[in-house]
Design a protein around this ligand. Structure first.
Ligand code: FAD
Ligand code: MG
Length: 320
């Protein structure tokens, strides 16, 4: 039986991110299996190294299809579907622009406008051609690159949850650097902090959840400044420049973390009003917007509680 008073934390650095696993029993062996699983997915999906299944697809752009393992194929199919939703800000083929901007990596700087315009031509989701039967992916134009940075951590968080569940774990939490997935309900629920933008470890408030994922995308984690202007890592697939709107961050509370990861990007592109309107048809997905004017807008709150800690922020409900 889990001892509900004692939490054991295990940490690692994977996918360029601090990883935190919380269990209610001391189990080094299980923690190692969790970190190995994350590493296996990183090795399949990364675009930050020369070789992975996704990089094999990218290297063959404009040349030939590449057969990949079923989980990689299914994740790419899911990312393509999100990219082809109406007015979607999500684009799995954004890779050439991500690589050119290098935001959050050494050498980041604003690229010349004509280079951005040229790269936009090789970022069309429709040019990612999938073949179900052979589980293969073909990027039809030379220079194209798939980037799963906005979805892979969510997918992996769900696989960690599945492994923990299979091993009989009743209470647990995995944090993949902003992507949190939880199992069960410790006394009082899991308290997850909502970070205050550009303020190190300060919190705006906390969300309390049970059996839910909490994913945050913000402009304050990966960015650089040039001539007094800030450039963050979520790119507008239509302009090729960072998305510019009233938001500092979006947090999604959902059952599956993959939905949270996809929807943070989708909602980031929509902004507060359109985002709240879109979520009215998705009661399973709830959003917490943090605006640059220090408002916390909550689309709905059926599956979590929110506690405000910083009174320089105001909570407002959905505006639609
Ligand atoms: P999200 O908002 O969910 O996604 C933003 C990221 O998605 C961007 O960083 C970019 O990669 C991509 N993107 C930008 N605009 C769009 C768009 N419009 N549509 C779709 N995607 C977009 N970081 C390191 O520093 N070093 C590493 O070695 C490293 N390896 C990684 C390996 C894997 C398998 C993964 C999944 C991530 C890795 N990362 C690494 C982190 C990665 O570079 C991204 O910063 C991270 O995935 C962003 O996650 P997020 O939840 O903060 O942002
Ligand atoms: Mg995302």
């Amino acid at each position: 039986m889990p001892d509900s008073h004692r939490v054991y934390s295990y940490t690692a650095v994977l996918m360029g991110s601090p990883i935190l696993l919380k269990l209610f029993s001391h189990d080094e062996a299980l923690a190692s299996r969790v970190f190995r699983l994350i590493k296996q997915y990183e090795d399949l999906l990364t675009v930050n190294r020369a070789h992975s299944q996704v990089m094999n697809i990218n290297h063959a752009a404009g040349q030939h299809p590449v057969a990949v393992s079923r989980p990689v194929f299914d994740l790419i199919r899911c990312a393509k579907a999100a990219s082809q939703m109406e007015d979607s800000a999500f684009n799995l083929a954004i890779g050439p622009l991500v690589k050119r901007w290098k935001i959050g990596f050494k050498g980041d700087a604003v690229p010349p406008a004509d280079e951005i315009a040229a790269l936009l031509n090789i970022t069309h989701p429709a040019d990612v051609v999938l073949d179900e039967a052979s589980s293969s992916v073909f990027l039809t134009r030379p220079g194209m690159e798939i980037d799963l940075g906005a979805i892979a951590k969510g997918y992996i968080a769900d696989r960690v949850r599945d492994l923990l569940r299979k091993e009989g774990v009743e209470l647990g939490l995995i944090n993949l650097g902003g992507n949190i997935q939880t199992l069960g309900s410790p006394e009082g629920g899991w308290r997850v902090g909502l970070k205050k933008p550009f303020a190190e470890d300060a919190l705006i408030g906390t969300m309390t959840v049970e059996n839910r994922s909490v994913v945050t995308s913000g402009t304050y984690e990966r960015y650089f400044e040039q001539n007094g202007k800030r450039y963050h890592h979520i790119l507008n697939p239509r302009t090729g420049y960072p998305l510019d709107n009233e938001l500092d961050s979006v947090t999604i509370v959902s059952k599956d973390s993959i939905d949270g990861d996809i929807w943070t990007t989708l909602i980031y592109g929509m902004g507060v009003e359109k985002g709240c309107a879109a979520l009215r048809s998705r009661p399973d997905i709830e959003a917490i917007f943090v605006t640059k004017t220090k408002e916390v807008v909550i689309s709905s709150m059926h599956h979590f509680r929110f506690t405000l800690l910083d009174d320089s922020y105001r909570i407002t409900g959905s505006t639609v």
